[in-house]
Ligand binder design. Structure first.
Ligand code: ADP
Ligand code: MG
Length: 614
């Protein structure tokens, strides 16, 4: 009898606690709030959705829509657990076309934040404003407001500090929020999306923009230019969307997006099928890029697998995987057949590059292959973890030391390579790629391309640093067409371009004119560079100003006049001049992308190899 009091009796949890527990599943981080609110706006048939974030979403996530809104009565119901207007009975579960249906999101979010909702139906005179603090309803009152709904989620997790500790840094949380909005922006081509962070516009996609325009507005035209459309149907499954040519590959899966009936999902089966389609077209360790839409009857695809509805299970996984693989292969085969180019014509779309690039076979030199893909495009979010399941950033940092190569164990040496011996002997060139320079007790092996990139970068930085660069007034101004979203960015960043050695001004309409450029630039490369710089600026304030400019200088380096590449035969004079450049470098001995410029073979190592030493 005495032990009985220690056995707790079963009880139904009070509503507020149940909501907090559910919040753990549904509201993992600010990005989950973004996702739930945006999905509600989509379900409310909005044609325009604005997302505002402050401090990576931790201070504020606000979603404004012009959807059908709610009556006062519905607004109060909507924040109750398991309150939903979207399903009524069990059969509805098999036929889900709406984004939400569990009726948990609002209740959960409101239980762990300071929550405000203002909502109005078009036919009502006034809006209803409703405030909840940590799950406690504070007030409901009539308010002014346009038709539609605005939900503001302030200070997420303010009342559950333990959970707040699990949040990552601002850049990571922001990246995930941006990723969530991007996915819905790609999936819903009849809805306009606007995204702000700390009042800065990150992107603005009008409701009538098609998928290609969306890609261009989010990641830039460079990115779009390397993507092709695909469309294939079999056994009730339709696969369509855009996929990158092999030239657009990535070191991570950060640019693979899958959608089932317009719902963004993660699914290994689809990922495998997609990548199998590219087999033998990409080098090991590279991943294709794609936006893959699957249209299928809801009965064949179960999305009620995960509380946040992020996953999807197909009736027949293997078949889906094979179908997607085949669709991709066929499209890639068609691309490889030369003269036929079955890309749709884009008529009046502004393009800095008139010729869409056709796919070329993979270069054999892995270094220059990486190089090429990285130069081609640097979309928003490149190098950062913009994907829920891809937390590892791609390494592009100049200052970051290269990890040791597992094969050779060598890294870019930290020593300083000032002239030690005679400088008049030209280095030997090996494999048209490396320069061999004997020194006292070692042989230096220099990567000619990495070195030249670094020299260009250093030269550009010193030339531009004090703004005293030698500007080359262009006899005929260079015209570039800029999409409207980028035009705002451009207008606001004329000074940044000046810092980069480019004078640019408005010409009229979508067109801008470049009147002068730093003499180090190759004129024909400047247009591309401007787009890449805009893409980087579009990421907002993620970085300290210094890092940010360093990033831009790195991009600008790509526009420098002819660079020595791996595979180029060099004259004696060219080799000498590279060596002189090398001797003037300061460590770290890495190219602007962080790859080593030099490795070395010491006398000691040689003696060990020949067993002259133990
Ligand atoms: P669910 O989306 O699963 O139904 P939620 O908790 O997300 O559950 O939302 C509860 C209900 O509130 C929805 O079913 C819908 O009727 C209403 N609602 C939520 N957000 C909006 C919105 N932006 N516009 C109109 N109605 C909304
Ligand atoms: Mg919902």
């Amino acid at each position: 009898m005495s032990t009985q009091s220690t056995i707790p009796s079963v009880r139904i949890l009070p509503e507020t606690i149940a909501n907090k527990i559910a919040a753990g599943e549904v509201v993992e981080r600010p990005a989950s709030v973004v996702k739930e609110l945006v999905e509600n706006a989509i379900d409310a048939k909005a044609t325009r959705i604005t997302v505002r974030l402050v401090a990576g979403g931790r201070r504020l996530v606000e979603v404004v829509d012009n959807g059908h809104g709610m009556s006062e009565q519905d607004a109060i119901l909507a924040i109750e657990r398991h309150a939903t207007s979207k399903i009524r009975n069990e059969e509805d579960l098999d036929n889900i076309r709406s984004m939400g249906f569990r009726g948990e999101a609002l209740a959960s979010i409101a239980s762990v934040s300071r929550f405000e909702m203002v909502t109005r139906r078009a036919k009502d005179d006034a809006a209803t404003r409703l405030r909840i603090d940590g799950g406690v309803l504070r007030d409901v009152e009539a308010a002014a407001g346009p038709p539609g709904t605005r939900i503001s989620v302030n200070r997420l997790y303010f009342n559950t500090p333990a959970r707040a500790k699990f949040l990552k840094g601002l850049a990571t949380e922001l990246g995930r929020c941006i990723d969530a909005v991007q996915r819905h922006t790609l999936a819903n081509t009849d809805i306009g999306f606007q995204l702000f962070h700390n009042d800065k516009l990150i992107f603005d996609v009008p409701d009538h923009a098609d998928l290609r325009e969306r890609v261009a507005l989010i990641w830039g035209l460079n990115f779009l230019n390397d993507m092709v459309e695909f469309d294939g149907e079999r056994d009730g499954y339709r696969f369509h969307g855009l996929m990158g040519t092999p030239a657009l590959s990535r070191a991570q899966r950060s640019h693979q997006f899958f959608f089932v009936n317009n719902r963004p999902i993660v699914n290994r089966t689809l990922q495998y099928g997609f990548e199998e389609g590219f087999r033998s077209l990409l080098t090991i360790g590279r991943h294709p890029v794609g936006i893959v839409m699957i249209d299928v009857h809801p009965r064949l695809a179960d999305i009620n697998v995960h509380p946040s509805k992020r996953e999807c299970r197909f009736r027949d996984d293997r078949a889906v995987r094979q179908m997607l693989r085949d669709v991709v292969r066929m499209r890639m085969d068609a691309l490889a057949q030369p003269p036929e180019r079955d890309e749709p014509e884009d008529h009046d779309r502004p393009s800095p590059r008139p010729e869409p690039p056709t796919w070329e076979p993979q270069p054999t030199n892995p270094v220059s292959e990486r190089e090429d893909t990285e130069q081609r495009s640097l979309p928003v979010g490149e190098g950062r973890d913009f994907l829920l399941d891809q937390p590892k950033p791609e390494q592009t940092d100049f200052e970051t030391p290269e990890p040791p190569d597992p094969e050779t164990g060598s890294v870019a040496p930290a020593a300083v390579y000032r002239p030690v011996g005679a400088m008049e002997i030209p280095p030997v060139q090996l494999f048209d790629t490396y320069l061999l320079v004997p020194e006292d007790d070692r042989l230096l092996i220099i990567d000619q391309h990495a070195l030249h990139e670094r020299l260009n970068y250093d030269m550009l930085c010193s030339e531009l640093e004090d703004r005293e660069f030698e500007a080359q007034q262009l006899a005929v101004p260079l015209l570039v067409d800029v999409p409207p979203s980028h035009a705002k960015l451009l207008a606001g960043n004329i000074e940044v371009f000046k810092d980069l050695g480019i004078d640019i001004e408005e010409f009229g309409g979508n067109t801008w004119q470049i009147t002068a450029v730093c003499h180090l630039y190759e004129e024909s490369k400047v247009g591309d560079m401007i787009f890449q710089v805009l893409d980087t600026i579009a990421q907002g304030d993620l970085f300290e100003r210094d890092d940010f400019m360093a990033d831009l200088f790195r991009l600008a380096t790509e526009a420098c006049k002819a660079s020595v590449r791996g595979g180029d035969k060099l004259s004696m004079e060219e080799r000498m001049s590279l060596l002189r450049g090398f001797r003037s470098l300061r460590p770290p001995y890495t190219c602007p992308h962080g790859r080593p410029i030099i490795t070395e073979l010491t006398q000691f190592q040689m003696e060990k190899s020949f067993r002259r030493r133990q």
